[in-house]
Design a protein around this ligand. Structure first.
Ligand code: HEM
Length: 151
């Protein structure tokens, strides 16, 4: 359980922390100081470095989370743990949508130097990452409130 919790939290820190940095720090500055060609090229590069780590984090979170859920009794686990499974799966689904749809479009648009299409794709990514960041922070809060109520 301790090893699983460690791997789980490592994945959460990388994924949610990375989204927080991208959304709250890099996004507003890039939007105010860079013109579209440079800004879109920057984001395509940043996501190209960050997303492989998100896949690793997703695998770690899912495997360690399911292991801990088994230890806690499977479907008889506390409600907050089952809610975490639901929210976590939703976050992973949203991430997969980002990866296979607007991110693929962004890479393509940057390669073709189609800045209008790239801007539209980046706008979609921004919205979906904003939702996922909120879900991630809510999930973290929910676990701690849930544990307090159970204890
Ligand atoms: C995808 C499916 C997920 C499953 C099956 C899952 C399952 C679990 C389980 C069973 C625990 C141990 C709970 C306990 O010992 O009381 C745990 C801990 C935790 N999980 Fe998840 N989780 C998932 C996703 C996530 C996500 C997406 C986040 C955050 C964004 C998250 C954040 C946490 C945190 C912060 C803890 C530590 C709680 C503590 O020990 O105080 N989990 N998870």
């Amino acid at each position: 359980m301790t090893v699983s919790l460690f791997l789980h939290l490592l994945g959460v820190v990388v994924w949610v922390g990375g989204m927080f940095f991208a959304y709250m720090a890099l996004r507003p500055v890039a939007a105010s100081v860079l013109e579209p060609p440079l800004r879109l090229t920057l984001w395509a590069g940043v996501f190209g470095k960050f997303f492989p780590w998100v896949w690793v984090s997703v695998a770690l979170i899912l495997l360690s989370g399911l292991h801990m859920l088994m230890v806690l009794g499977g479907l008889a686990a506390p409600l907050y743990a089952l809610a975490m499974l639901g929210l976590g799966l939703l976050m992973m689904l949203i991430y997969a949508v980002v990866f296979f749809s607007p991110y693929a479009k962004l890479k393509h648009a940057v390669a073709e130097q189609n800045w209008k299409a790239g801007g539209a794709a980046l706008g979609q990514i921004r919205q979906l990452i904003g939702i996922n960041l909120s879900l991630g922070l809510i999930t973290i809060a929910l676990v701690f409130v849930g544990r307090m109520l159970v204890a």
